[in-house]
Design a protein around this ligand. Structure first.
Ligand code: GDG
Length: 756
């Protein structure tokens, strides 16, 4: 028996684009000494987490390609663009001056320290006006590229502190676009923010352009909402983490970023890693190794850690010769003065420790100022008895998670600052407080002396946590939340509630018009949906439509099958019925249905859907006349989510060959011939006659195509039922209000057109 749920096609087109925007692309470009351009992808966490999305050619990643544009000829820029395109990446070219002022200047010399509760240098304060202008200018350059590459209803996911004014710039340009923003660093306490940041209000307003603003942990969300409150920019609902603006809501949420857990676990068995590990073990046969891995950055508390180790050696001579601190320090932001100074201070201290305590057979600190290949880094993680991760402040800190994920035998102790976002999840770490240096020393002692049974238990429980919340889970959760936030928007920027006065005006316009079209959505607009399924038309509405159809052209559009519409609405022979989102159409006076289907593709797609129906417990397959629907509302959301990603991957190429649309709805995936939609039906209807009154009523986000693609005349009345952002001009909240409107038309002797 066919299911009826898919009639409620609440989804967005699955092949609707996702645009990812970050300061740096996951692919970098370098000019070799011979002048040849080299393009090399990075395997960073973000790129891995988003890989299932970025492989889809409809999705795009926009960012700076890592090379200043002054060094490039136009031909070279063209070459770079073409190369990047093969990775679905699109460049924003920036000059060296822009990079100096926007990146080294405003982003890293002002925002970075302030957001990590560190002082801003006098030099940076002197330059801040110029830096700020460059910051806005570069954010606008990013905007231009987004506008050029995306459609008005695409989803755009913007990353990090370099692009905080971009969400609002984009919102001003595109009211309907779904915008997500994720901040990878902490959001500081409101007081700190307001006191030290000259353009704090502009930055907060910038973020409020998004539908969804994500942070690693709850306290950053609270700080952000407090900043919004302090600037009086919206009404805060703390319980639901929502900010209500005059025209829409902004959802705030926490998404603690994870790592590619499997990659780290797998690496622990990789022969290249094991060979390197054996080499390292020979170097440190009996000593305990304490490891630090960080970019050279003031927020990471590197000098403080070296100092704590120095104190340890001073206070506990019995550790001499028995421990080694290995510091892997990765060069970072090397053009900034504060970073250069930090390097000198750290290296002086390391030298001092080695001079004071070292001897011919023991170097207390092994200092490496470089970046190592993944395999060597992984071998270090496996070797280390203790990971000493004590940043002054850190948004999350992925090294802490990577270290634990590289320990198949659970033989490692994590010492972790309470001020790293990771500390909220990794509660079995030895927690230290960087503001109290003595805790760093006692934390190290505790770690070095911890019994094996205890550290295995702790590592095991933290591994479980890291495995469950990995990087894929993070990316999927954010993207799903972005879609549902947009679907639940109380209003598009210009979707206004239908007032009594407007209804009366509509009524008059309807009565005065000589040709009227009323296009109504069936499901949940004129026919209520109950848990038992779709109910028929209420008796009163039946009568109203019958009367109105004498005068007006009425069209009922639905996601339902022809047979269901025949059953429920077959009696109306002067109403146009449209089934399966535009795939079938029955014109007034006709008995038969015109079909737009093509079914040759079905066997191919069915094969995959059947496989996943068998694999995912609770999933169900619905075979419609010319579309296939895979329902997963009764399946475990985790299994379903993974299956949907996999299905997208396997069906994607078939969809290209057979010209199919893959629609993702609320708990279902529908595959159908491309090109037919409620919007295409609407377009045809509008072209059939010169209507001087048009009313279009729908409820789904899928009905967006109905409102937008219909090319309706300026004065057409488009009405959205319920919350959610669409292109409709007006909104009512319940189907009963639609009934009321139609009732008033009947009373005025006027007629309407409606969509299902
Ligand atoms: C920002 C936030 C947040 C390091 N050395 C080598 C190497 N790495 C890799 C690590 C790790 C990454 O660099 C560093 O990530 P962190 O999270 O520790 O720190 P940030 O760079 O400051 O990142 C931070 C993060 O964004 C994500 O949202 O967690 O709080 O500040 O993945 O493995 N990789 C290789 N060789 C090295 O020598 N191959």
């Amino acid at each position: 028996m066919p299911l009826e749920r898919s009639a409620k096609a609440v989804g967005s087109l699955l092949n609707q684009s996702l645009i990812i925007v970050s300061n740096r692309l996951p692919v970098s470009v370098k000019k070799g000494d011979d002048g040849r351009m080299e393009v090399f992808p990075s395997v960073g966490g973000l790129a891995t987490g988003l890989s299932s999305y970025t492989k889809n050619a409809d999705n795009k990643w926009i960012g700076w390609p890592g090379i200043p544009s002054n060094d490039l000829t136009e031909d070279e820029k063209r070459f770079i663009s073409e190369e990047l395109r093969q990775h679905n990446c699109y460049p924003v070219f920036l000059t060296q001056d822009q990079l100096n002022d926007f990146y080294n200047g405003y982003s890293n010399s002002i925002l970075w320290p302030l957001f990590h509760d560190l002082p801003v240098t006098e030099a940076a304060i002197r330059e801040r006006d110029r830096f700020w202008n460059a910051y806005q200018q570069v954010n606008r350059l990013f905007l231009e590229v987004i506008l050029a590459l995306s459609g008005p209803e695409d989803a755009v996911w913007i990353h990090d502190y370099q692009l905080m004014t971009l969400p609002d710039m984009l919102r001003q340009a595109r009211q309907l676009v779904n915008i997500g923003f994720f901040l990878h660093i902490p959001f500081p306490a409101a007081q700190n923010f307001a006191d030290h940041l000259k353009w704090g209000a502009d930055l907060v307003a910038g973020l409020l352009g998004a539908d969804l603003v994500g942070f690693h942990v709850h306290s950053y969300m609270d700080n952000f909402m407090a900043a919004v409150e302090s600037y009086g920019m919206g009404t805060i609902d703390k319980d639901n983490a929502r900010i209500t603006l005059p025209d829409r809501i902004v959802q705030v949420a926490e998404f603690p970023i994870g790592i590619d857990y499997k990659r780290y676990m797998r690496a622990s068995k990789d022969p290249a890693v094991l060979q390197e590990l054996a080499r390292l073990k020979e170097m440190f046969p009996t000593q305990k190794v304490i490891l630090t891995v960080d970019r050279l950055d003031p927020s990471k508390g590197l000098v403080e850690r070296a100092a704590a180790y120095q104190t340890l050696l001073q206070e506990y001579p019995n550790f001499h010769g028995k421990v080694t601190l290995m510091m892997l320090v990765v060069p970072s932001r090397t053009e900034i003065e504060a970073y250069k100074n930090l390097k000198s201070r750290l290296e002086e201290l390391v030298e001092d420790i080695n001079k004071t305590f070292g001897n011919e057979s023991w170097t207390p600190v092994v200092y490496m100022y470089k970046s190592l290949p993944f395999e060597r880094l992984n071998a270090l993680y496996q070797l280390a008895d203790v990971a000493f991760i004590a940043p002054w402040r850190d948004g999350m800190n992925l090294v802490a998670k990577e270290y634990l994920a590289s320990k198949p035998n659970k033989d490692g102790v994590l010492v972790l600052s309470k001020t790293a976002g990771a500390a909220e999840e990794l509660t079995d770490a030895v927690i230290v407080d960087p503001a109290r240096p003595e805790t760093l020393v006692s934390g190290l002692v505790r770690a070095l002396k911890m019994p094996a049974e205890e550290f295995r238990r702790r590592a095991g429980s933290m591994q479980q946590q890291i495995q469950n919340a990995d990087i894929h889970n993070w990316a999927n959760s954010f993207i799903n939340a972005l879609h549902s936030t947009a679907d639940n928007q109380e209003g598009g920027a210009h979707t206004l509630g239908l007032t009594g006065r407007q209804a009366a005006k509509l009524n008059r316009r309807f009565g005065a018009a000589s040709s009227q079209l009323v296009l109504l959505d069936y499901d949940c607009v004129i026919a209520p949906l109950t848990p038992a399924g779709m109910e028929g038309l209420p008796a009163e509405l039946h009568e109203i439509l019958k009367e109105l159809s004498v005068q007006a052209d009425i069209v009922i559009v639905s996601g339902q099958t022809q047979s269901l519409l025949e059953e429920k609405l077959g009696g109306f022979d002067n109403i146009t019925l449209v089934a399966e989102h535009g795939l079938f159409e029955r014109l007034p006076g006709e008995k038969s249905w015109k079909s737009y289907r093509g079914t040759d593709w079905q066997a191919k797609v069915l094969e995959h859907l059947e496989k996943f129906t068998e694999k995912v417990q609770g999933a169900e397959l619905e075979k419609k006349d010319c579309s296939l629907v895979w329902h997963y509302d009764k399946a475990s959301s985790y299994d379903a989510q993974n299956a949907v990603l996999e299905l997208k991957r396997v069906i994607g190429p078939l969809a290209g060959v057979w010209k199919l649309d893959v629609l993702q709805g609320s708990m279902f995936l529908e595959v159908r011939p491309k090109g037919r939609s409620k919007g295409s039906t609407a377009k045809e209807m509008a072209a059939r006659n010169q209507y001087d009154f048009v009313l279009v009523v729908g409820d789904d986000s899928d009905d967006c195509s109905l409102f937008v693609d219909g090319d309706w005349p300026e004065e057409a009345v488009t009405v959205k039922v319920g919350p959610g952002r669409t292109g409709a001009r007006l909104r009512v909240f319940r189907p009963e209000e639609v009934l009321g409107l139609l009732r008033s038309f009947k009373a005025s002797g006027s007629v309407l057109a409606v969509s299902a």
